[in-house]
Structure formats: structure tokens, C-alpha cells
Design a protein around this ligand. Structure first.
Ligand code: CP
Length: 329
């Protein structure tokens, strides 16, 4: 019965619309209409999760593969839960335990999973552009769950949904702080917030600012105190040490002293400015605990919204009337 009710709500909002894309690789390719559809469906799935009606069989009989070649806590577990809540069979393949370790190429691993009739492949990989390459090799739709320094589109979507819920549909003045150079979250969010008409600022050391970032409509500041006045949202970006970002700053201590989000810095922004972080958060380094655990901080809300956002994306792609061509024929 729950499935019948939820399906009718979803259909009412969807009105037969499919996403304009067959895979979700980059925010670049999503239209404003796609974004509105994703946010509206996320709201319905969120209501379902919150009212305890987590399980429904909308995707019964479908198979979802989580193919993660890099560590993850929140993205992988929320994609797995999303699939299971929708009634699909979900399998997890991790790089460290896959045949990639025996010399199989990433493309051949993806083709192997495709040949098992996967209905959706979710991929995380350290190589920027890997999802783009794989998408053309397989018939199943593909979702990029983070590729190298490039993009992490579902993370950007869940944050934008959280902002809609908490501060409404406004054109915000939004400040990124920290290692934008190595951050795929930054890569997706800049693209998304440009589409949504935000004023985007970045405060970071010169060595961690992407080349020509001003061409993406980003105002650059080297001193965080200069960037904060007038801001509605402050997003702390973790120093991506797994991508050798530590070599781009003199010392971690100096970087943290200059860019950690502390209570005094929050006071320089607009009253009630919200604090964001994609996680994992490095406490006292990226954000001080008093700020992380304050009411203004939306980190836990973001994690919670990851589940319905990924339910919406999973359902939209698997049930899309637009199908990829079979690369085998
Ligand atoms: N934000 C994010 O991608 O977190 P995980 O690495 O834990 O998935």
C-alpha cells in the first residue's frame, strides 16, 4: 500500500518528465528543470523516510552496483540504503577487493558488472574523468559518486536541497573556504550555484586556488576575514591530504590558523549564516567544535538529506524512458 501511495505522489510531481541526461556525471549537463525535478522528488522521498515508511518496492527486481575504488563512509552507505529502501538488490564492489588488483582495467571491470545485467552502476574513482570514460562502455546508467579532483554531483545536489529547506529559494552569497584546488565537491558546487544564480566567493591560500577560477564567476580572497562580511553560507573544504594537498601549504598548523571556521569568524558573516561541510570533517582543523555543533551548522542535515537525494536520483535514472544504446551490439 505504501508503494502505491508513494508512486502516485512521485508520478504527480514527475508528470512523465525524465532527466535530460542518461548518466549523472557532471552538474554541467543538468538543466534547471532537471534540478527542480530532483529537489521535488527528494522532498517526497524525505517524507517517506521520516514517516518511517522507509521500504517500498518501487525498484523490486532491479540490480544496483556500488563500485567504489576509493574510501567512503556517507556516499557509499547512503547509495546502498537508497537502493535497499527502493526494494532493489544492491551489491558493493570495492577497488581493494576487486579484480582490478589482478590487472583488469577499470573499463573491463565496468563491462563485467554491466554483463551481469546491472540496472545502475555507481562509481567512485581517484581518476578524474573515469565515470565519463566508463559511461560510454556500458549500457546501464551511471552515477558519478566522486572522481578525483573533478566532480561529486550528488554531494552538490544534497547540499543545494538542504539549503532550499533551511534558507529557501534565495540567491545566496556563498563562501567556500579552503582547498578548492583538489576538491571535487567544489567542482560540482561551483557549477550548481552558478546555475542557481548565487554570488560565489572563495577564501584560500594562493596555492590552493584553481587556475582561472574567476572565469567561473568566483570572487577570490586570500584573507578569510575580508571574504566573510555579507555571506549567507560558509562552506569549509577539507584539505585533501590524500591528493597530496599538504604539499601546497607551508604547514597544516598555519593553514588551519588562517582558514579554520571558528566562532569569531562566523560572527563576521550575516546573522544566522549557515555552516556547511561535505564531510568527513577534521574537527578543530577545518571547523571548531563549537561551530560544528551549533544550530547554524547543517552538516548532519546534509548527511540525512543524502539518502532521499540518492533515492530520487536512483529512481529517476532506473525508471527513465530514455535508454542508452547497448555498446555490445
Ligand atoms: N562527502 C563524501 O563524499 O563523504 P564520503 O567520502 O564519506 O563518501
Amino acid at each position: 500500500m505504501a508503494s502505491v501511495n508513494i508512486l502516485s505522489k512521485l508520478k504527480n510531481v514527475r508528470k512523465g518528465q525524465n532527466l535530460s541526461v542518461l548518466d549523472i556525471i557532471s552538474i554541467e549537463n543538468l538543466t534547471l528543470s532537471d534540478l527542480e525535478l530532483i529537489f521535488a522528488l527528494t522532498r517526497i522521498f524525505k517524507d517517506l523516510v521520516e514517516t518511517g515508511g522507509k521500504k517500498c518496492d518501487l525498484l523490486k527486481g532491479k540490480t544496483i552496483v556500488n563500485f567504489f575504488n576509493e574510501n567512503s563512509t556517507r556516499t557509499r552507505s547512503s547509495f546502498e540504503l537508497a537502493g535497499k529502501h527502493l526494494g532493489a538488490d544492491v551489491i558493493n564492489v570495492s577497488g581493494s577487493a576487486s579484480s582490478g588488483k589482478k590487472g583488469e582495467t577499470l573499463g573491463d571491470s565496468a563491462r563485467t558488472l554491466d554483463a551481469l545485467n546491472a540496472d545502475l552502476l555507481i562509481i567512485r574513482d581517484a581518476n578524474s574523468g573515469a565515470p565519463f570514460q566508463l559511461a560510454s562502455l556500458i549500457q546501464a546508467p551511471l552515477i558519478n559518486a566522486g572522481d578525483g579532483w573533478h566532480e561529486h554531483p550528488t554531494q552538490a545536489l544534497l547540499e543545494a536541497f538542504t539549503l532550499r529547506e533551511k534558507v529557501g529559494k534565495k540567491k545566496l552569497t556563498y563562501l567556500f573556504v579552503g582547498d578548492a584546488l583538489h576538491s571535487r565537491v567544489f567542482g560540482s558546487q561551483v557549477r550548481l550555484y552558478q546555475k542557481l544564480g548565487f554570488e560565489i566567493r572563495l577564501a584560500a591560500p594562493a596555492t590552493l586556488i584553481p587556475k582561472n577560477v574567476e572565469n567561473w564567476g568566483v570572487k577570490v580572497f586570500y584573507k578569510i576575514e575580508d571574504a566573510l562580511p555579507g555571506c549567507d553560507a560558509i562552506h569549509a573544504i577539507r584539505l585533501q591530504t590524500e591528493r597530496a594537498a599538504g604539499k601546497f601549504v607551508a604547514t597544516g598548523r598555519e593553514y588551519s590558523k588562517n582558514y579554520c571556521i571558528n566562532p569569531a569568524r562566523v560572527k563576521l558573516a550575516n546573522k544566522n549564516a549557515v555552516i556547511l561541510h561535505a564531510g568527513p570533517v577534521i574537527r578543530e582543523f577545518d571547523i571548531r567544535t563549537e561551530v560544528l555543533e551549533s544550530k547554524q551548522c547543517l552538516v548532519q542535515d546534509m548527511v540525512q538529506n543524502g539518502l532521499p537525494t540518492r533515492m530520487a536520483l536512483t529512481w529517476l535514472l532506473i525508471t527513465s524512458k530514455l535508454k542508452k544504446t547497448n555498446p555490445w551490439k
